[in-house]
Design a protein around this ligand. Sequence first.
Ligand SMILES: [Zn+2]
Length: 139
Amino acid sequence: MARIRTSSIKAVIAAKCPKCRVGKMFVGNTYSFRKQRMNDVCPHCGFRFEIEPGYFYAAMYVSYAMAVLEVIAVAWLTYEITESESPWLYFGVLIAAILLFSPFNYRYSRLILLHYLTPKVKYNPKYEDLLAEEEDAKN
Ligand SMILES: [Zn+2]
């Protein structure tokens, strides 16, 4: 029987459920014209993503840390490229960067919180094993 083991980093990048690493946590892409929507429960294993009411408030801290790192990186790059000291250039570039990164931060702060910062949420390989068994049964 073929065993599938999705690594946690792959599951985070693909925005998969922290428990089964099969079901998608979000509807649609990170960058689309429609507002991002998160599934309430995993479409594959039924895991409720918001494990307690207000749980995703904690994701704001993760999102804040991500934004700080992004702003530092973008400011440094702007300096390296332009060597400008105009505060207006940095102001404009950083506002644009914050807006551009915000859908990404929204999605990945929640993923990082559930995958890495919530010890009680554990990956259970049985879901991927079940999937592999179903695949084997078909062939
Ligand atoms: Zn799941």
